[in-house]
Design a protein around this ligand. Sequence first.
Ligand SMILES: [Zn+2]
Ligand SMILES: [Zn+2]
Length: 140
Amino acid sequence: MENIKNIDTLKDILIDASIRPTYQRIKILDYLNQNHTHPTVDEIYISLCPYLPTLSKTTVYNTLNSFVKANIVSEIQIENTEIRYDLKSEPHGHFKCKECGKIFDFALGTKPLKSDDLTGFVIDTKNVYFSGTCPECQDK
Ligand SMILES: [Zn+2]
Ligand SMILES: [Zn+2]
């Protein structure tokens, strides 16, 4: 899950998705590539601002939206107030620590998640979300 792609690979991902690989778009994708922290639009904007002085929050937002539509990035909504972004990798679940707010990825195993109750339904997204207290916060 943690494999970091190089800039050329990121460029190819954009080209394959018919997205013009502008410098800003590559930087935004690279941020998600290097930070598996499930950042929000604000976090990405604040981190990239020093390197991309012409960047606006709207651009970050629109760029992420186009990545989501192109299936390069997935949107995770854990609390209804915040949308976080995750570079697509194998399906995985998210655990949010209610103490420190950190989000941890966990593997879901190889068996596809499905339920006979949904026969005939078209499923677009699947989210596995757990919450609780991480080991570090339990020690406090
Ligand atoms: Zn914690
Ligand atoms: Zn994740």
